[in-house]
Design a protein around this ligand. Structure first.
Ligand SMILES: Cc1cc2nc3c(=O)[nH]c(=O)nc-3n(C[C@H](O)[C@H](O)[C@H](O)COP(=O)(O)OP(=O)(O)OC[C@H]3O[C@@H](n4cnc5c(N)ncnc54)[C@H](O)[C@@H]3O)c2cc1C
Length: 420
């Protein structure tokens, strides 16, 4: 049955775009509000573009608190929290510590798997519908391990859990790893290969989806900032924006790291920290790579995108700002030759670092669901390192929630009211 209720999606990142797609597909009258113009930066643009069912372990996992404390002392480490007296950060850190245990991983991992596997299938559909316009490649993912100890850790940790959950993980030695990427020289002890993973070129995906949405009749209001809400009897009556008050039957919060700020005035709590990451893209790399890779010990993601090669990484919780910490960019540059001996720091000279703010919930699970207090407001945010991967399934879930249908994936762990 076709629905005609109007929906305003607040935020035009990949998650907002995917919400708009699945809502419009059901016949909803959809408007996307985005504070920037159509040609804009957003968190997916410089991302690694992984569509990663292999990422079954949430950020909040055993060992992460101790590891995080050690890394905090090292400004060049892959994970960094800028120490500061901020009540939101203190509460977030406490909630993170509360979740960083085995029981949480055991509950979260099957849900993450379900979300990512379902989303990968939706990407395949979108790839077909759009005529293969966003370079969606099903090449798998190689988690490169520099040392035997690193390989052992991956084999007994992520790979074992993934296999238990039905996400195939193959443990490869150095020769088997090299055989999968014959065009390059790798200095590694081995790798874990996840055949199910895929990747895409994020700017092409966002551009293609925007064009498709326009064809479907979705309205975009660019350069329109949300700054408040009008409420009436437990419902949102209008969203207050720089273009005036806008009315709709339903509202979707897809503001990424800005989602908590967007909720101003509603008395809702949505713990979220911006996790800054950087990437560097070589326009003409000296060799051709076919598969995306992760330099596991250094947490660096490497993705072939068209003719270019992108290196990304670091998770820096330093608040919402656009400061570029060069020592953290340098951490990426210094790590690359350890795994790819043909590359040197000189390959990166003159390459401008990109940065983006991942929206990170303290338990490593996104917020997807209706708010109890305002029943026509639905969250779709907090996807952290998996926002590209999970964008389509999040959009589908939002459409299912608004239609009152059974959701494709269990929603309990994604409840936006879980920290209310
Ligand atoms: C280095 C790096 C690598 C990554 N690699 C991957 C990867 O390989 N795979 C993966 O799955 N994920 C990856 N991610 C994570 C992924 O990019 C994010 O999770 C995802 O892009 C978040 O999308 P979003 O739509 O929720 O947020 P955003 O992209 O931040 O979109 C939110 C939008 O809301 C708008 N907005 C904010 N406030 C307002 C307001 N008041 N009014 C109107 N509009 C507003 C913003 O302008 C923005 O466009 C990576 C991230 C980084 C930084």
């Amino acid at each position: 049955m076709r629905e005609s209720k109007s929906v305003i999606v607040c935020g035009g990142g990949v998650v907002g775009l995917c919400c708009a797609y699945y809502l419009a597909r059901e016949g909803r009258a959809v408007t996307v509000l985005e504070r920037n113009g159509e040609v804009r930066d957003h968190c997916a643009l410089g991302s690694a573009g992984y569509v990663s069912p292999s990422h079954v372990i949430p950020l909040a996992a055993p060992g992460m608190v101790w590891q995080g404390l050690k890394w905090m002392l090292n400004p060049r480490s892959p994970f960094y929290i800028k120490p500061r007296l901020d009540s939101d950060l203190l509460r977030w850190s406490w909630l993170f510590m509360r979740s960083a245990n085995r029981a949480h991983v055991e509950r979260a991992a099957p849900i993450l798997r379900d979300l990512c596997v379902a989303s990968r299938a939706l990407f395949e559909e979108l790839d077909d519908i759009t005529g293969h316009a966003f370079e969606f490649k099903k090449e798998g993912l190689l988690n490169l391990c520099k040392t035997a100890a690193g390989l052992d850790h991956e084999a007994h940790g992520l790979a074992r859990l993934a296999n238990e959950l039905g996400v195939e993980a193959q443990i490869l030695n150095a020769a088997q790893t090299a055989a999968l990427e014959p065009g390059i020289k790798l200095d590694v002890a081995g790798s874990v290969y996840f055949p199910i993973d895929a990747h895409l070129t994020p700017w092409r995906f966002a551009q293609t989806l925007t064009a498709l949405l326009k064809e479907m009749g979705v309205r975009f209001q660019w350069n329109t900032t949300v700054f408040g809400w009008r409420t009436e009897a437990g419902r949102i009556a209008a969203v207050q924006t720089t273009a005036g008050d806008l009315l709709a039957d339903e509202f979707v919060l897809a503001g990424g790291s800005w989602a908590p700020a967007m909720l101003t005035g509603l008395g809702l709590r949505l713990p979220l920290q911006a996790g800054k990451g950087y990437s560097l893209t070589l326009p003409q790399p000296r060799f051709k790579v076919t598969k995306p890779m992760i330099c596991t010990e250094r947490r660096i993601a490497v993705t072939p995108m068209g003719d270019t090669l992108r290196f990304g990484g670091t998770m820096e919780l330093s608040g919402i700002n656009h400061d570029v910490r060069l020592e953290r960019v340098q951490q990426i540059i210094d790590s690359v030759p350890l795994y790819f001996p043909e590359l040197t720091a000189a390959d990166f000279s003159g390459i401008q670092p990109w940065h983006g703010l991942r929206p990170v919930a303290p338990d490593g699970m996104p917020y997807v669901g209706r708010f109890n207090r305002y029943r026509n407001l639905t969250a779709a945010c907090g996807h952290a390192m998996l926002g590209v991967t999970m964008a389509p399934i999040s959009g589908l879930l939002v459409a299912e929630i608004l239609a009152g249908r059974k959701p494709s994936v269990a929603l309990q762990m994604l409840d936006p009211n879980r920290y209310a």
